[in-house]
Design a protein around this ligand. Structure first.
Ligand SMILES: [Zn+2]
Length: 347
């Protein structure tokens, strides 16, 4: 099966696309890609973004990685697929609105399925299966601003390694159950570690989150020997399991009092919802000591709208130091914040 052209010379960059289906008017559905071949061919790092069409920060990360990295200083090959779900991207939507299927729930795809299933099939068989490992860039949904963090998705029969997620160098790593059809789960079953990396919010380009994404990818490449230099990893990384949605029970305008990445004590104010008619205020407080993984960025809420996403420290632990690697260790800001607030985390 034809895939991206990997057989290029050391130091070369090649850009092309593969065709995977056809629209009503005969327009081909393609997946555009870039390949950069360094001084060696292996390992092959797959960088992809926009499995969900309105998640833009990752597209920018991949474009900038290809601008920034000198192939003569690269050990291995980078395959970049900045927009996998080209139809959803054109529609400024999470999924293709005609097909309605979520591309990140239908892997490994179907050769003769709907357009989204066909895109999944071609991407999975032609790109994913050729990679040594990969980083799958995502953001929160529209209005959901997520702090940069990797998401490790486990299944009963499959528990992914932590190392690839840790190599991104974030303070917090999220670990919980995945569902079949997710790229990271299905690639993992094939023995290809792909780590999902969440950076920011859908529908926006934001320099802070783009830079965090770039830093994560470069750390990962340094960690696995694709670039020279020491990856910057916090001295203590925290593994947190499961998240909880904090909802408003009233309608109105939401005024957050915390940021994504904040450490919050039980009963601390997360934000207020104020009625634009009566002026009445509804106070939303933290149900337990927690890390704020995401905050609602769009202020209009109804009763039942989620305004924050939290992860409880009681369900987490500080990971043991990574062994046998030369790292540039950074102080752990999140651990310092928990100490300041008198919150304990298991080691
Ligand atoms: Zn996504």
């Amino acid at each position: 099966m034809n895939g991206p052209k990997l057989n290029i010379k050391a130091g070369e960059v090649y850009k092309s696309s593969i065709q995977c289906s056809e629209l009503e008017d005969g327009t081909p559905v393609t997946i555009p890609y870039f390949v950069m071949r360094g001084l060696r061919k292996e390992p092959i790092l797959l960088l992809n973004a926009a499995l969900h069409g309105e998640e833009l920060n990752g597209i920018e990360v991949i474009t900038r990685i290809f601008e920034k990295i000198d192939p003569m200083k690269l050990y291995g090959t980078i395959v970049g697929v900045p927009i996998v779900n080209i139809l959803a991207f054109r529609a400024r939507n999470r999924v293709d609105p005609i097909d309605g299927k979520d591309l990140n729930r239908v892997f490994p795809g179907k050769k003769d399925g709907t357009i989204t299933e066909r895109m999944a099939y071609h991407f999975f068989h032609k790109f994913v299966k050729k990679a040594t490992f990969g980083i799958d860039l995502h953001t929160g949904m529209k209005g959901h601003l997520l702090v940069p963090h990797p998401r490790i998705r486990a299944k009963k029969d499959f528990s992914p390694p932590l190392e690839h997620a840790r190599a991104l160098g974030t303070e917090v790593i999220f670990y919980n159950e995945g569902v079949n059809g997710m790229l990271t789960v299905e690639a993992g079953k094939e023995g290809i570690p792909i780590v999902c990396f969440e950076i920011g919010e859908a529908g926006r380009l934001n320099e802070y989150f783009i830079n965090a994404g770039m830093k994560g990818v470069i750390n990962f490449m340094k960690y696995f020997g694709m670039l020279k230099g020491k990856p910057e990893i916090p001295e203590k990384q925290i593994l947190l399991r499961n998240y909880e949605e904090i909802i408003s029970n009233r309608g109105g305008l939401f005024y957050p009092r915390v940021e994504a990445g904040s450490v919050v004590k039980k009963n601390q104010l997360i934000g207020t919802v104020r009625s634009p008619f009566t002026g009445e205020k509804h106070y939303i407080k933290a149900p337990r000591d927690c890390f704020i993984i995401g905050v609602r960025s769009q202020p209009v809420v109804r009763a039942g709208t989620a305004v924050a996403w939290i992860m409880a420290f009681e369900e987490g632990n500080i990971l043991p130091p990574i062994r046998n690697k030369s790292l540039k260790k950074l102080p752990s800001k999140t651990v310092s914040m928990t100490k300041e607030k008198g919150i304990e985390i298991k080691e």
